[in-house]
Ligand binder design. Structure first.
Ligand code: DAK
Length: 261
């Protein structure tokens, strides 16, 4: 399997150890159509398998990261359609990636767009970013993890407010509440995100994967179980050449050269 030369609904670019995936359906503000998700998942599968890639950055345009599920594709579906074909299931692939993921969110991140961003490990926004779960205005409610991930990120009171009123939330408020990892200026936004991505991608990939795994396990386990899991993973890190290299480099006052092994 290899990346396609050209996708219809996304663009891909490999920059050293980072793959930049840009959602590209400008006519629909990157609404998450089935075809777009197929393209995205094809690229994600390749990124996961490609040993030269350590980190995935997902972005959209200055106007919209993504305006949600494609309402025009979804509006005529019936209950039976949804029971027979869970069209949202494939959206979850990015949340299952082993490699670190960064959502670089500019403009609107609404509905499924906000949910997709929340599935990433880091969520970086700028002062123009607007988050929202406006599904209530369509007579439905968030169902790609929004009712679960949003309260975990920002607390019940604020999640209820956003989901029941459908209001948008500015990046500044989202950052204060813990939805956003960092806000950086919209000037050269993507370049700045790629700098952060490069810095992370140069660390030991197995250590990144284990760290991410440990953090994610905290969602589903008790504190004591999570601490046991963390400790087991930590012990495993001592089987890596990268652990020896990282600690030796510190002692020798030089930058570590990780081999991802
Ligand atoms: N779907 C389809 N087309 C969309 C779209 C969307 N979500 N958002 C925008 N567009 C299209 C517009 O229809 C318009 O197309 P034309 O009319 O030019 O053909 C074009 O993009 C430009 O949009 P606007 O003209 O509206 O642009 P404005 O700047 O005036 O407004 C906006 C920007 C983002 C405020 C507005 O477009 C907007 O409110 N968009 C909809 C946002 C929204 O309601 N998002 C939630 C979608 S529902 C499920 C799980 C999850 C979900 C579904 C199922 N299951 C488990 C089964 C998720 C649901 C959602 O995400």
């Amino acid at each position: 399997m290899a990346f396609k030369q050209q996708y219809k609904n996304i663009k891909t670019k490999i920059i050293e150890k980072v793959i930049l995936i840009t959602l590209h359906r400008p006519e629909a503000l990157n609404a998450l159509s089935r075809d777009l998700i197929d393209d995205l998942n094809h690229a994600l599968d390749n990124a996961e398998q490609d040993k030269k890639i350590s980190l995935i950055v997902l972005t959209g345009s200055a106007k919209a990261f993504a305006a949600g599920a494609d309402i025009k594709e979804m509006n005529s579906k019936s209950f039976t359609d949804l029971i027979n074909d869970d069209f949202i299931k494939p959206w979850e692939k990015i949340s299952l990636c082993k490699k670190p993921t960064i959502a670089a969110v500019d403009g609107y991140a609404l509905g499924g767009g906000c949910e997709l961003a929340m599935m990433c490990d880091l969520l970086i926004a700028n002062e123009n970013t607007k988050f929202g779960q406006p599904e209530i205005n369509l007579g439905v409610f968030p169902a790609a993890g929004g009712t679960q991930r949003l309260p975990k990120a920002i607390g019940k009171a604020k999640a209820m407010d956003m989901i029941l009123s459908g209001r948008m939330m500015e990046a500044e408020e989202a950052e204060k509440l813990g939805l956003v990892s960092r806000i950086i200026s919209s000037e050269n936004f993507l370049e700045q995100v790629l700098e952060i991505a490069k810095e992370i991608s140069e660390k030991s990939l197995p250590a990144l994967i284990m760290a991410k795994d440990a953090i994610n396990s905290s969602y589903d386990t008790s504190l004591s179980q999570g601490i046991i899991y963390e400790r087991r993973l930590f012990r495993s890190a001592f089987s890596l050449d990268d652990q020896k290299e990282g600690m030796q480099a510190f002692i020798e006052k030089r930058k570590a050269k990780f081999k991802n092994s």
